[in-house]
Write a protein that binds this ligand. Structure first.
Ligand SMILES: NC(=O)c1ccc[n+]([C@@H]2O[C@H](COP(=O)([O-])OP(=O)(O)OC[C@H]3O[C@@H](n4cnc5c(N)ncnc54)[C@H](OP(=O)(O)O)[C@@H]3O)[C@@H](O)[C@H]2O)c1
Length: 280
């Protein structure tokens, strides 16, 4: 893309751009938009990069970075202390409102973790009995009070991919002959970082807004999917499993897309993730 064209487009700030998803999103967007990001833990390579800012939610003021970058789109891909994250998102909400810019928030299937009998769709009321789910709901509700076209809430199920901490941990446990936790009663949908980044690119380009369920259109049992991943990875050692049963009945933790869907090429099946892991 020509420089002129790039400069005429958005200025994007990714909070948590050194993380698994944040860094994948940065790589996807940086050739098309003026893209900036934050990292927390000191990192020599990022310190030299003028597009990266060190930022700790516990100590630093987000306004300073907002003033420097003057983003037109903010993508929140942070982890860290929950109450501090709520505070940061309060500040972001004010900034987004005053400057009429857009915010994309990475939320989680856990906003529905108290419903276990069915998979969940975009317009259903959130309901959680976990601390993590409650915290994500709190931020979602804050963002939903903003003018609706300025917000995209991206609810993600478990994210897999070659670089994902989940796959790397499976490989590590197999190599070290440690057991891998599986939840035989848990029915989920899944996604991959490669798909999430394309979906975000599309949402930004097309000014899409609202609540998105960015999971596969099919459902899988957690233990079956983990076993399929292991088969795909062709590890030398035999895997050991620790089967964790949280209830007697099957339990759903799935965010299925229904009302706010993306085009076909941006949807995925769980099998697509396995095919991607197979590639050398
Ligand atoms: N991965 C999944 O399966 C999944 C599923 C559903 C939802 N999500 C959501 O997606 C978002 C990103 O997840 P991820 O898996 O990419 O997480 P991650 O790899 O742990 O990355 C988290 C990012 O937040 C930064 N961070 C951590 N503590 C911080 C602090 N105290 N102050 C400032 N920044 C801090 C990290 O910086 P450093 O790199 O410097 O530590 C990193 O850039 C999260 O909001 C998560 O809830 C993820």
């Amino acid at each position: 893309m020509k420089r002129q064209e790039k400069e005429s487009k958005h200025r994007i700030l990714i909070l948590g751009a050194s993380g698994f998803l944040g860094s994948a999103i940065y790589k996807e967007l940086c050739s098309y938009f003026n893209t900036y990001g934050t990292y927390n833990i000191s990192n020599k390579a990022l310190e030299k990069n003028e597009h990266f800012f060190q930022y700790n939610i516990e100590e630093d003021d987000i306004y300073e970075i907002l003033e420097l970058v003057r983003p037109t789109v903010i993508i929140s891909a942070l982890r860290g202390d929950f109450s501090k994250q709520v505070l940061v998102h309060q500040h972001l909400t004010e900034y987004v409102f005053l400057n009429k810019i857009r915010l994309l928030f990475l939320s989680s299937a856990n906003v529905f973790d108290a419903y276990s009998k069915y998979p969940s769709y975009e317009d259903e009321k959130t309901y959680s009995n976990s601390i993590y789910g409650h915290f994500k709901i709190k931020i979602e509700n804050m963002l939903l009070r903003l003018p609706k076209k300025q917000v995209a809430i991206l609810r993600l199920p478990m994210v897999f991919g070659t670089q994902s901490p989940r796959v790397q941990e499976i490989v590590k446990n197999i190599n070290e002959k440690q057991s891998i936790e599986v939840f035989p009663n848990l029915i989920i949908n899944v996604t991959a970082d490669s798909k999430v980044t394309q979906q975000i690119h599309y949402i930004i380009n097309r000014n899409k807004w609202g609540i998105f369920h960015l999971g596969s259109t099919d459902l899988v049992h957690h233990d079956d999917f983990i076993k399929e991943i292991i088969e795909t990875l062709q590890c030398k050692n035999q895997p050991l499993f620790k089967r964790v049963y949280t209830t007697n009945d099957d339990r759903y933790l799935a965010v299925l897309p229904k009302t706010n869907t993306l085009p076909k090429h941006l949807q995925l099946l769980s099998q697509d993730i396995l095919s991607e892991l197979k590639l050398p």
